[in-house]
Design a protein around this ligand. Structure first.
Ligand code: G3P
Ligand code: CA
Length: 397
């Protein structure tokens, strides 16, 4: 059943009147949406470094996001992938690197080829190094062709452990008086289970040892797989988030022969199943507002309303300021993209540029310390607030 607010949003979008976020639709709890520093402030520092996380916090992020992979000795560290330098197997040219490992002769013999989630990758992998060895490496900008300014920081920072990320969040919470949350993602859980480096147990143990417990703790644990989240729901009472991609299916479904796709999980029936073990969904933003072949935004889908109807939070990813990532509608105007997504009533978003996300979030949420959003005539003044009120009272039309 369509909720009234969704009907208004879809109608106004179809009429070309969608107000680029002047008024927020209701979030699930009514609280302002959270800003999640995606791998830190990755637009400004090499991702997954303590410098990137600290800058994200200083820019206003409410949560910082470490993607997690294990070392050979079972320590959880923050890296986008277990592949910390990837080469073209034919030419040997580096195609992506988040560390300088490929430049170090003492580790030349660690280069190997593995199948990770069905994909052949040649390079260096965290599970082949002890933490002590990984600590001798230095982080590099992952996408230097897009963020050349960040290469000035290449070679300066270590790979942080999960514990070091938590220590930073706690220190900055004490210093700022804000509660800085952590939003860890388990990467390739089926793969790591299969090689005897299961991540769930050390993750739960580390979070417990640091005093995190309960559904109100400033923690969200996320995964693209389903089975490990269900497993985690039996091991911890911390909030869990099911990641939803725009295409494909969870890799544990591929392994088990389950034919369901992410699109199936994003249906009302799929969301109801997710709500049995998780508190939210972390969605590719294209699932909320699809793009056409020219990258122009289309009408919003009903995913936010459907997820909220299942009592699930909605956190969208990934927001980045560079034109290459922006939809056609908002080239040169990243704030406009944030505004339109906040208008949907999302409960948070992952951003590489937390300063932009923070400023827009505060403005559209009506933070008096920031500029006040301008009303959008009758639509802004009457219809959307009315829709939000009806939603809060669980009235559907
Ligand atoms: O975790 C949300 C977002 O980061 C998407 O996942 O795998 O690119 O880190 P990933
Ligand atoms: Ca992630």
């Amino acid at each position: 059943m369509f909720r009234f607010s969704r009907l208004i949003l879809l109608l106004t979008a179809a009429m070309g009147l969608f107000p680029a976020g002047d008024v927020l639709a209701a979030t699930l709890t009514g609280a302002p949406p959270i800003v999640i520093g995606h791998r830190g402030a990755s637009g400004y520092r090499p991702e997954h470094t303590l410098a990137a996380y600290e800058l994200a916090i200083d820019m206003g992020a409410d949560f910082i996001e470490p993607d997690l992979v294990p070392t050979k000795d079972g320590v959880l560290i923050a890296r986008h992938e277990n592949a910390i330098a990837i080469v073209n197997p034919t030419t040997g040219a580096i195609t992506e690197a988040t560390t300088n490992v490929a430049e170090l002769p003492q580790f030349a013999n660690r280069k190997t080829t593995k199948i990770i989630d069905g994909v052949s990758i040649t390079g260096w992998f965290t599970e082949d190094f002890t933490l002590a060895e990984l600590k001798t490496l230095r982080a590099k900008e992952r996408i230097p062709q897009i963020r050349p300014q960040n290469t000035a920081f290449d070679g300066l920072f270590e790979i942080p452990t999960l514990q070091e990320v938590i220590d930073l969040a706690k220190r900055k919470s004490a210093e700022t008086g804000r509660t800085i949350g952590i939003y860890p993602e388990t990467k390739h859980p089926s793969y790591f289970d299969a090689i005897g480096l299961s991540m769930e147990e050390p993750l739960v143990a580390t979070l417990k040892a640091n005093g995190y417990s309960g559904k109100n703790a400033p923690v969200f644990i996320q995964s693209f797989e389903v089975g490990n989240l269900i497993d985690l729901s039996t091991k911890t009472d911390l909030p869990l988030v099911q990641l939803l991609n725009a295409t494909g299916r969870p890799y544990d479904f591929v392994v088990s022969g389950d034919s369901r796709t992410y699109a199936d999980l994003a249906t009302p029936a799929g969301l109801a199943k997710i709500a049995e073990y998780a508190q939210g969904v972390g969605t590719n933003k294209n699932l909320l507002i699809p793009r056409d072949s020219t990258s122009k935004l289309l009408a919003p889908t009903a995913l936010v309303a459907n997820a909220h109807a299942a009592n699930l939070l909605v956190h969208a990813w990934t927001f980045r300021n560079e034109d290459t990532f922006l939809p056609l509608d908002f080239k040169g105007n990243p704030a406009g993209e944030y505004e339109i997504f906040f208008s949907l009533g999302i409960d948070g978003l992952f951003s590489d540029n937390p300063d932009t996300a923070f400023a827009v979030r505060n403005r559209v949420a009506g933070n008096p310390a920031q500029s006040v959003p301008e009303p959008n005539l009758l639509l802004g003044l009457v219809f959307l607030p009315l829709a939000a009120l009806l939603r809060r009272r669980q009235i559907s039309l």
